[in-house]
Design a protein around this ligand. Sequence first.
Ligand code: AMP
Length: 191
Amino acid sequence: MFYLVVFGPPGAGKGTQSDKIIEKYGFAHISTGDVFRANMQEKTELGILAQDYINKGELVPDALTIDMLIKEVAKFPDAKGVILDGFPRTVPQAEALDQILAGENQKVDLVLQLDVTEKEVRDRIEQRAKVSGREDDQKAAIVERRIGEYFSKTIHVLPYYQQQNKVVSLNGIGDIDQIFDQISSAIDARI
Ligand code: AMP
C-alpha cells in the first residue's frame, strides 16, 4: 500500500489536491480535520473533546489525534494507497505513524510539501471563509493561531521526513492542474 502524506499550512491546497489524487489514483483519503469536524457534528466523545481546541485554532492533543488515526487507517486494509491529509502535524505524530505502519509492514512512501507563503494562505482562507461554513475560518485571530501552530509545531515534521529522503517540495502557488501534474510525476516515480 502506498502511503502519501500531503503536507502544508492551512489553505495550502491539501484538500483540493487530495481530491484530484483520489480521482486519478483511487486512493483512500484520511483528512484528520474532516474526521474531527464530522465527530463534532455528531457530538461524539471525540468531537466534544476536540472542539475546544479546534475552535480556538489550536492543535488537538497528540494522544487523541493518534488514537483516532489508528482507527481511521484500519478502515482501509485493501486500499491501493492512502492519502494522509493534515496528519502528521507534530513530530510525535510522525513518530507514532512510523510505528503504526511498521506494525503492518508498511511505511510512509512519499511526503508532498505544498509550499505557500503566509500571505497567500491568509488570502485564501479569507476567501474560503465565505463558502466553507467552517467556524475556524471565520475569525482572523483563530486563523492566525492556526498559522502560528503550523509555523511553530508542524513545520518541524519536514526535517523529520527530509532525513528519510521522503520529501518532494512543490510550489503550491499557481495553476491547480499544473501543480497536480507535478504531484502525479512525484507519485508515479515512487509507486
Ligand atoms: P484542517 O481541516 O486540516 O485545517 O484541521 C482543522 C483543525 O483540526 C486544526 O486546526 C486542528 O485543530 C485539528 N487537527 C486536524 N488535524 C490535526 C492533527 N493531525 N493534529 C492536531 N490537530 C489536528
